[in-house]
Design a protein around this ligand. Structure first.
Ligand SMILES: [Zn+2]
Length: 73
């Protein structure tokens, strides 16, 4: 199991991820480059922007890494 996942061409350490947006970004700005992408917030206040496939992969990887053995009820 890798300690990294790939988001926006960056290798992100999984344990630095604080939260992952459930909804795609929308701000209505014409020159916004993050439209439709999902914000992934990192522990030092940085954020990276994931395409939907990347976001899904991050969640699956996080679940596989940290979600094991927590199937109780
Ligand atoms: Zn925007």
């Amino acid at each position: 199991m890798s300690a990294f996942c790939t988001i926006d061409d960056k290798h992100i350490l999984l344990y630095r991820i604080v939260w992952v947006s459930a909804l795609p970004h929308f701000c209505g700005s014409e020159d916004c480059e993050q439209e439709g992408k999902y914000e992934v917030h990192l522990e030092n206040g940085d954020a990276v922007w994931a395409a939907q496939e990347e976001r899904d992969e991050v969640l699956v990887t996080l679940e596989a890494t940290y979600g094991d053995d927590e199937q109780s009820e």
